[in-house]
Ligand binder design. Structure first.
Ligand SMILES: [Zn+2]
Length: 221
């Protein structure tokens, strides 16, 4: 059972980096190390964890920017869906959107495809391909913990923007209604930005899911 789960907002856009650790094996999975790698390694060291996998929910710079650095420090492989390869190839363009220096890039070691599963001790981490915010957006479903790491697909009271290259409103709604909402109302959702929520809360009150707001830009990268 995973008992360690730390959420660390990193970088200028405060992307939520999730660090999962297994108390038995002391292995860890790090999701979305966008920046502030020193803060991430501090958490890893504090728990005595060794990184087994670096998983990227999508190739926006605020989620993937620190992946090369964390990989260099830990030797852990990087998992990302192939449909975001084009976006990752243009990391310098993304950096110019934010007016920052482009961070170093890394090879992607393993493709995170729909149905793939990573293991941390006894706990399975299932990859759901949830395109719409980007073509290669994934969510990570952890049934034993009843947790979903949703990247920028779903937020508390909002959803991922679809007006950037690779975005599709139609795909995003399809991902939300056919892959995420069916996981169940009591599932805790860890979004790419902002506070934790549940599927039930979003189903009931998220204006993009209840039809109050038309889909569009939520203003987040
Ligand atoms: Zn994004």
């Amino acid at each position: 059972m995973v008992v360690i789960h730390e959420i660390l907002p990193v970088g200028m856009l405060q992307c939520n980096c999730s660090i999962f650790g297994d108390e038995q094996s002391r292995e860890a999975i790090v999701v979305d190390p966008g920046d502030d790698i020193a803060n991430i390694t501090e958490v890893l060291d504090r728990h005595g964890l060794t990184v087994k996998a670096i998983v990227i929910t999508h190739a926006h710079i605020d989620h993937i920017g620190g992946a090369a650095k964390l990989k260099a420090l830990t030797g852990a492989p990087v998992y990302m869906n192939q449909n975001d390869a084009e976006l990752y190839a243009h990391l310098d363009t993304q950096a110019s959107w934010l007016g920052i220096q482009p961070p170093s890039r890394t090879e992607i070691d393993s493709e995170a495809r729909e149905g793939d599963q990573l293991r941390l001790g006894e706990t399975g981490f299932q990859i759901l391909h949830t395109p719409g915010h980007t073509q290669g957006s994934i969510s990570i479903w952890i049934p034993a913990e009843n947790k979903l790491v949703a990247g920028d697909t779903l937020f508390r009271d909002s959803i991922g923007r679809t007006d950037l290259p690779g975005g599709s409103s139609e795909q995003l709604m399809d991902s939300l209604f056919n892959k995420i909402l069916p996981l169940g109302d009591d599932v805790e959702v860890y979004s790419g930005h902002g506070p934790v929520t549940t599927i039930g809360k979003e189903r009931a009150t998220n204006p993009f899911l209840t039809g109050v707001y038309a889909i569009g830009s939520s203003g987040r990268l």
